[in-house]
Design a binder for this molecule. Sequence first.
Ligand code: XIL
Length: 315
Amino acid sequence: DTGLRGAARGTGTRIGTAVDMNALANDPAYKAAVAREFDTVTPENVMKWSEVEPTQGTYNWGPADDLIKFARSNGQKVRGHTLVWHSQLPSWINETDFTKAQLRDLLRRHIFAEAGHFKGKIWAWDVVNEPLNEDGTLRDTIWLRALGPGYIADAFRWAHQADPSAILFINDYNAEWLSPKTDAYYKLVKDLRRQHVPVQGFGMQGHLGIQYGLPGDVLENVKRFDALGVKTAFTEVDVRMILPSDQYRTQAQAEGFGLMLRACLLVKNCISYTVWGFTDKYNWVPGVFSGEGEATPMDDQMQPKPAYDTLRETF
Ligand code: XIL
């Protein structure tokens, strides 16, 4: 192997990327880079509920099946993303047409349908995505309202029944720093484990912006998660900046990527480090954070930036 993939080999930590299926189909250089640089892939969108069941009862597994085929032919593992989330839900799911009991049933069926469809083909699932508020309370979502706080435990039990071999992760952002949110995150997983709920890992999305500073306490935080005896993973790493970029911003970005990878490599059970897109050519940041961008390790010509070199050297 070459590139980041080669650098990561033997470390016990896999290097991954989110994959944009349109780019994979239409841009040969992108496709070659995904195969060359990474040993896990995460579908950026195509396993989300709105994509897999756009109208009730009509499933669209094709794009995700394509990614699994691609991964298999390149010796890569697949991170499934994501079974339970408040965002990117199909529009037919709402609280006017369905009762709470019906919503619970829909969620259960969804988890069995999706985790069941991909059974045996997913290395790790992000079962519940973004359940927490910044103050550590549970986010007020359709799932919390319909099922109550037990929705998290339910989701993990259903996912485990549907695909017993997948490693089941909870996943959230702003989970890198020590904060009320990460204190609650730690406590949530500890409590779930005590109740024998099959949650096996903490995901830290790792979306940083250099204007907010870098999480100097990320190692301390990952260490306490690791000490619970569960796996950890950085699941969606990117480091955005206010544009235009300059050498200082680009260097701070490299430090952000490096800081998180080093924390991952310094603990025992950090099994993967995934970037949320590897090239500025295809990236979600400019569309969501106005005036910001250039959040990935390669530029819009797919040339390595300092962040890329830092990742390679940190491995
Ligand atoms: C983003 C995708 O990158 C975009 O293409 C899409 O329009 C919105 O979702 N946290 C997550 C990811 O868990 O699923 C999100 O992905 C980024 C934030």
